[in-house]
Design a protein around this ligand. Structure first.
Ligand code: PEP
Ligand code: MG
Length: 594
């Protein structure tokens, strides 16, 4: 039966496909299709993993001390019984044989099926046995990982397009409770064409990465992963934030039409790539790119970006366990981005670890379980870097070395205190001295501050005595100004970039930087949203940084703007009583030529 599920629209476009339900903790499990001739070998991998875990548990059981609690031995019995259960292994094998799923994917698909069966049981004791299944499958996944690269969506060297053909005449969409930002990076190389999550806000990092990859997505859909079944046909309407399960043929046809239409629209916008970004009244505007990985620089250049305005380097550090990238690895990554931009400036932000971007899965789980009481207000971004001075200087040395190969700027996230400014500038100076001592070449850099904490915005004049430029991170500025957790869907309706307090603070910040003759950019999501382009131009902004996929549409919007006329309309909007009125007033008249 057809059903609509409402969530938050976070990444535009339409995806149509069959639902693949994946437990949040297993979103990073490899998902790929195996070639028909490799199906048997994949089944053997599964069996080998099963046999290894059986042997492991048998040894554990044999070596249990005599005084061990009897429950422990009983638990091992249950796990061994499950592993030997032909129904469980047979059903998992079927995912491989019939769907051509890889063994890890087959296991997580089977886990989803069994978890639901357990959830529906009346008997408390039996219902709790779900944990046993989870543990057994976790052990098998670990065993598979020891044998091959778990965590990669495709085997190294595999080609996503080719893999897709084996099992996938039908497109697939991922449905999960949650997807961590770092896992999103794997999406591009995975078999999925869209995703739906139960939790998350429009400005969560998961949503931001989805937008940057142009993947249709709906987050905060609450019960979606419970209401949908494995294999349901699903339409993800990323523009409206709606998921339609089992759509009637007429609805499906309408969405297929919209899919084709947006492809045509995209092709039309692509033609603007080489058009200079200049308004009707001759104001040149700088359109920069936000990137997460050095490889994204190619898309930035392709989209016609004038440089990188925000390189979120923390993505190099996530999901690495204890194996964090050292100075040389980071240097290579930064140099790669610099080289790819072919002489255009690259703004490298020092790591913004913390809040919804913890270092690894373990801390992600801790955050979910509330161990860090208020992570967005806690040890995050520059606070984290200053608490790890060795790692901070390592990153700074890597950036300074990359600066010998092209135009590099350093951007410091979440600055709020003068003591942080001093400590950061001292760390940069010290990193430089260390490079001199080591005889390693380094280059000049401009240093900028992100304006994300209201205190920084209110004190921008003092900050600009120490920094060369500023970049307004509106995602966090809105979060901290309005006290709304950007990743929490339950307060997402209050996350309002149109709030007059937000607009006034931004206008004031941009004006101050302008008076002081310093560069000011906006690199939050507002910069890539055409609803705000004219308003930001009216405030005097001439530098916008956004995901490469947004550059064409923003350029199209500014090409039609006359900044003098826009500026004349600004005071009224800043005086609006609330966000709804500010929005209606601005966009209401905005339809008329600016
Ligand atoms: C912001 O806060 O607006 C920003 C660009 O940084 P991030 O989204 O990575 O926190
Ligand atoms: Mg931020």
């Amino acid at each position: 039966m057809s059903m609509q599920i409402f969530g938050l629209a976070v990444s535009r476009g339409v995806a149509i496909g069959r639902a693949v339900l994946v437990a949040s903790s297993r979103v990073d499990v490899a998902h790929y299709f195996v070639a028909p001739e490799q199906v048997q070998a994949e089944i053997e991998r599964l069996k080998a993993a099963r046999d290894e875990v059986v042997a492991e548990l048998a040894v554990l059981q044999a070596e249990l001390p005599a005084d061990a609690p009897s429950e422990l031995s009983a638990l091992l019995d249950v796990h061994l019984m499950l592993l030997r259960d032909e129904m469980f292994i047979g059903a998992t094998r079927q995912w491989i044989a019939e769907r051509h799923y890889n063994a890890e994917w087959a296991l997580s698909a089977q886990l989803e099926v069994m978890a639901r069966q357990f959830d529906e049981m009346d008997d408390d004791y039996l219902r709790e046995r779900k944990a046993d299944i989870e543990q057994v499958i976790e052990r098998m996944l670990q065993s598979l990982a020891r044998g091959s690269g778990r965590g990669l969506p495709l085997p190294v060297g595999a080609d996503a397009g080719a893999m897709r053909d084996f099992g996938g005449e039908q497109p697939l969409v991922l449905v999960a409770g949650d997807v961590a930002p770092a896992d999103m990076l794997q999406f591009k190389r995975s078999v999925f064409t869209g995703f739906v999550t139960d939790v998350g806000g429009t400005h969560s990092h998961t949503a931001i990465v989805a937008r940057s990859m142009d993947i249709p997505a709906v987050v905060g859909a609450r019960e979606a992963s419970r209401l949908m079944r494995q294999d349901d046909w699903v339409v993800i309407d990323g523009d409206a934030g709606v998921v339609i399960v089992d759509p009637p043929p007429m609805v499906l046809e309408e969405y297929r039409f919209r899919q084709r239409h947006s492809e045509l629209e995209r092709a039309r916008l692509d033609r603007l790539r080489h058009t200079p970004a200049v308004t009707l009244d001759g104001q040149a505007v700088e359109l920069l790119a936000n990137i997460e990985m050095p490889a994204d620089a190619a898309a930035a250049l392709q989209a016609g970006a004038a440089g990188v305005g925000l390189f979120r380097t923390e993505f190099l550090f996530m999901n690495r366990g204890d194996d964090l990238p050292g100075e040389d690895e980071q240097f290579e990554a930064y140099r790669e981005a610099v080289a790819a931009m072919k002489g255009l400036p690259v703004t490298i932000r020092t790591v913004d670890i913390g809040a919804d971007k913890p270092l690894d899965r373990l801390s992600a789980a801790e955050l979910r379980h509330g161990q860090a009481l208020n992570p967005a207000l806690g040890l995050r971004a520059i606070r984290w870097s200053l608490s790890e001075p060795g790692m901070f200087r390592q990153q700074l040395r890597a950036i300074l070395r990359a600066a010998a190969h092209g135009r590099v700027r350093i951007l410091v996230p979440m600055i709020a205190h003068m003591s942080e400014v001093r400590a950061t500038l001292e760390a940069i100076a010290r990193a430089r001295r260390q490079l001199d001592d080591a005889g390693k070449p380094h280059g000049p850099v401009e240093v900028g501050a992100m304006i994300e904490v209201p205190a920084a915005a209110l004190q921008v004049q003092s900050l600009l005595r120490h920094f060369d430029f500023i970049s307004i991170g509106t995602n966090d500025l809105v979060q901290y100004l309005l006290a709304i957790d950007r990743a929490d869907e339950s307060v997402a309706h209050l996350y309002d970039p149109w709030h007059p307090a937000v607009l006034r603070l931004m206008a004031q910040t941009i004006a101050t930087a302008g008076r002081m003759g310093r560069g000011v950019a906006v690199c939050g999501e507002m910069a890539g949203d055409p609803a705000f382009t004219h308003l930001l131009l009216a405030m005097g902004l001439r530098s916008f940084s956004m995901h490469p996929s947004r550059i064409a549409v923003i350029k199209q919007t500014l090409l039609r703007a006359d900044t003098r006329k826009l500026a004349a309309r600004l005071p009224q909007v800043l005086d609006a009583e609330d966000g709804a009125k500010a929005c209606a007033q601005w966009l209401g008249d905005d339809a008329s030529p600016a």
